[in-house]
Design a binder for this molecule. Sequence first.
Ligand code: PEP
Ligand code: MG
Length: 589
Amino acid sequence: MPANARAKSEVTVQGISASHGIAYGQVFLYLQSDLEVPSYQVDPDKRIEEVARFEHALLITRGQIQKIRDEVEKNLGADEARIFDAHMLVLEDQALISETIRDFESTGRNIETCFNAVSQRYVQAFSEIDDEYLRERAGDIRDVAQRVLANLMGQAAGNLSRLVEKRIVVANDISPSDAASIDRSHALAIVTDTGSKTSHAVIVARSMKVPAVVGSRNLTSQVRNGDWILVDGYDGVIVINPTEQTLFRYGKIQLQKKSFEQRLFAANRQPCVTLDGVAVTLRANIEKEDEVSLVKEYLASGVGLFRTEFLYLNATRIPTEDEQYAAYRTVAEQLAPAPVVIRTLDLGGDKPITGNPELFPHEDNPFLGFRAIRFCLENLELFKDQLRAILRASAHGHVRLMYPMISGCEELDRANAVLDECRNELRTKGVPFDEKLPVGCMIEIPSAACTADLLAAKNDFFSIGTNDLIQYLLAIDRVNDRIAHLYEPTHPAVVRTLSQIVHEAHRAKIRVSVCGEMAGDPVLAPLLIGLGVDELSMTPPLLPAVKFAVRAMTMSDARALASQALTLKGAKEILALCESFYRARVKVD
Ligand code: PEP
Ligand code: MG
């Protein structure tokens, strides 16, 4: 550790544990929101240097963009690289440059201030133009301007796919697409000021096996690039400038946790059966087709949730039917005969498509807004492309189709009518697909839970999305760190609702799974199993711990646990019950 970090005193910041693990390293500050630009008067005899500083920043920016452009062209093709040609044009825009210099000459304010003001005027003017192409240029100007400002201010402009050394990413917030683009080999850990356990960026971090802490409030203003910090993803703690003693203590904790994780991993080869011989099905949640390797590594029984929106989030355009078909087919073929539950698009909420204001206009309440099936039913061509792609992939493995955010029977009927149209189109063309493709829906909106009996009659299976179900039942925004402590999976309302959904599903003789984050929590999994849930689906690295818990309990004990939980009055009481059930069976040391 460098001497200057040693000299500073240790500061501990409490956040929310989001992905397990401990990391120690230097900070990479990811400032994707508008940079804070300092404003000051420049000495009259430093004016030539100030303009030279501006020209130098433009030059560096040009070099950076050219490098990204070349790489994108090499990896993704010329079409995808074209966006960076537009960025180059912004940089070469003489009007923007000379207006900045004119502003500087007349006001004498530092060049960042002048450039920021001029570029913001441009962004504003372009975003008001009544022409789609020109309006999109506003985004290009904003991106480039942020990069130039970052270079002027000596800060790293954010791009998480381009971490060059191993670093701990500290950000205000990370969008799911940023998270998905993180360079896995270089991100030691992720810390965000905002967010909560079930935000999609965190789910991605968990699948990368990178420690993560969210809700660190203002860590971004407490650390600078290059500072040394320790991230404890188990307890949600960040230690800035840790002392030797702290590092030693965490070294021991890490060894202990590692050895427990190794034990779990070794035991993961055993079948997932309770002590009294009842088999429990554990499946994997994936976001991209290359995660099939994780499904295999962690021995999941196929995929219980393929979040297909991630194919869209990182693309500069909507993938075609053929591109989607190729991705779904790869997963289905590689995992056959294990099933793969492909969920139709769940864009919106904390997963908008960036740079696409036509499809996703600003909403004050995105989680209660134009999301998932609502979006698909209003964008039928896009929906049908996906449905056809899934149907076609069903000829190559054991595919199941699932709709997200279904609120009731009428919405389900509308989605199924579109699916029928797609089936007919394929039949007419003689394109093969699985005529018996199982179709189910997520139960994640309270109205769906209340009408579970009606929905069960129309579905081949249910999958309960506890992440959303809890947020809607308890009225707790799942990505708001201020109220994260109120997001309680063991709230009696949640436990009763789960029990009722399972009851209705079983009455209709369909299977029910849970694919929210609750399923991957070894302390809560016994409760779900005891409530009668047939399958659990989770981020693959969480599977060994859940299997370990299943193998350490009897089904009759789990049922008794659930029955007792249903009689209790508070979330904390039920959580304590689950924790003592777990501790009595699983020894971490
Ligand atoms: C859920 O809501 O629990 C779920 C699995 O869906 P997502 O997290 O993608 O919203
Ligand atoms: Mg959901």
